[in-house]
Design a protein around this ligand. Structure first.
Ligand code: HEC
Length: 447
């Protein structure tokens, strides 16, 4: 185990979550926008409409700036934050999927070069060639999604991977295709929302309304395909574990119904734009982007929630303890050994003052254990994400013995890993939790 990255209130996972949810906007936009561009460009040539080309240039410029500045920055941000927050999780993924990422980056490079070439060769190469550049870009960027979704879906439903250790068993896992087509559908809704925002800046009313109407149609189609594909996606989630419990009760109602409400609202917006395209102002269009973003935040939160207690389902817990081994890859489970030897024996860089456990350092050791084993999902305080102090008070865990007993049964929750460690360590964590429940936040600062 490595040292942990503790982020007050937000938690380290929360940092990744925020960056990753924002990343969806530029990344999904970039993957889908060029399909719309190519469609419009083709139409512009056939009907000889230079004003459409002017629009495509504007939309491409937005894409270039928004997707390639913010998209690339947040993409790198996910890597940085995930590596610090969950080095073992990243390592687990890299050991199987390094070539998938390498392949994705090749296509990403084509995308990055493609957008510049496409933007700067308008009118400089013949029309057919220019269209082809657009198509190469559109296909290459969708391929990046085809690859990344394999890894994302693997983390939720590894399928036969845990038995066979095979790259493709993990990649083409049960939720792969439904998730790919859900994202593919929704990405068109995202690019349609942006396309309408750019169109709202056009001076010529007729062109503006025509593009708004076309984009609205793409948006409706994308939203419908994405929503319909959620049905097979939900159906392929394994029944036994936290997944179904998650859908039933764990995901806060505001998040679940909020996401559904956003989808409905977006549908209404697209239909409205289709019928009265003149009514879409820049302010409305920007508001629509914000609303869309809250829906994305909710949707991704649900997906993350369903994966608990794992970071990689059936393999590694969110707190990076290896829950079940992958024999075919020589990965040993750790829970038993860590409980036998003591968890701290398996942590690199334990502060010397925390060993051995004594009356003097017990609470501090408990805090260290909470950082290691709980802070991936809980803020260690009164505020923020699933604040542990409040949870402890809610359960009235006010004395150490009772709390110790509670910790013994922690793994009974579908969504939480068991406490891992020996009796003295569990006792130390219990002592810390009791102090935490008393509101002893001053503890946060000192070890
Ligand atoms: C994989 C993520 C995860 C980890 C790791 C985790 N928890 Fe939790 N825990 C949750 C979730 C999710 C909930 C439910 C939150 C809610 O009710 O909003 C929860 C709830 C709780 C509750 C309240 C339970 C109840 O019945 O109301 C306590 C107490 C708790 N956790 C303690 C811990 C302790 C102590 C650790 C570390 C040893 C820990 N958790 C590690 C995810 C986790």
């Amino acid at each position: 185990m490595y040292p942990t990255w503790e982020v007050p209130a937000l938690t380290a996972g929360g940092v990744i979550g925020l960056i990753a949810a924002f990343h969806i906007l530029p990344s999904h936009l970039s993957v889908s926008a060029m399909w719309f561009n190519v469609f419009l460009e083709n139409r512009a040539y056939r009907q000889n409409r230079p004003e459409l080309i002017e629009y495509i240039k504007k939309y491409t410029r937005t894409l270039l700036i928004f997707s390639y500045v913010l998209g690339s920055l947040t993409g790198v941000g996910i890597w940085f934050s995930a590596t610090v927050a969950s080095p073992r999780g990243i390592s687990g993924l890299i050991h199987t999927y390094v070539w998938a990422w390498a392949t994705e980056w090749v296509f990403f490079v084509i995308e990055v070069i493609g957008i510049f070439v496409y933007y700067y060769t308008f009118g400089k190469v013949d029309r057919r060639t220019h269209l082809r550049i657009g198509i190469v870009f559109a296909v290459a960027s969708w391929v990046t999604m085809i690859i990344i979704v394999g890894i994302l879906a693997f983390m939720l439903t590894p399928g036969k991977f845990n038995e066979t250790g095979s790259f493709f068993d993990g990649f083409f896992n049960p939720t792969y295709f439904p998730q790919l087509f859900t994202r593919t559908g929704f990405m068109f809704a995202i690019s349609a929302t942006f396309a309408m925002a750019v169109a709202s800046r056009l001076k010529d009313e007729e062109t503006r309304e025509e593009i708004t109407r076309l984009a609205a149609k793409w948006g409706i189609a994308g939203l419908l395909v994405g929503s319909v594909m959620l049905v097979p996606w939900a159906a392929t989630l394994p029944a036994a574990t936290a997944y179904k419990a998650g859908l039933a009760g764990l995901v806060p109602g505001t998040v679940l119904y909020g996401s559904v409400a956003v989808a409905v609202l977006m549908l209404v917006y697209f239909v409205w734009a289709l019928r009265t395209p003149g009514a879409i102002t820049t302010a409305t269009a920007v508001l629509a982007i914000f609303i869309l973003f809250t829906g994305i935040l909710g949707g991704e939160r649900i997906r993350e929630m369903l994966r608990k207690p794992y970071v990689i389902a059936g393999y590694m817990y969110s707190n990076q303890v290896i829950a079940h081994g992958v024999a075919s890859r020589g990965v040993e489970p750790e829970v038993e050994a860590m409980s036998r030897d003591g968890f701290l024996k398996h942590v690199a860089l334990v502060p010397p003052a925390l060993q051995p456990i004594s009356d003097g350092n017990r609470v501090a050791v408990g805090r260290f254990l909470a950082e290691q084993q709980c802070s991936a999902c809980h803020a260690l305080g009164d505020t923020g994400l699933r604040p542990l102090a409040r949870m402890v008070r809610r359960l009235r865990l006010a004395d150490v013995e009772r709390t110790d007993g509670y910790l013994t049964g922690l793994g009974h929750y579908d969504f939480m890993p068991s406490f891992v460690g020996n009796d003295a360590e569990r006792h130390a964590l219990a002592a810390y939790l009791v102090e935490l429940g008393k509101g002893a936040t001053a503890l946060a600062a000192k070890h």
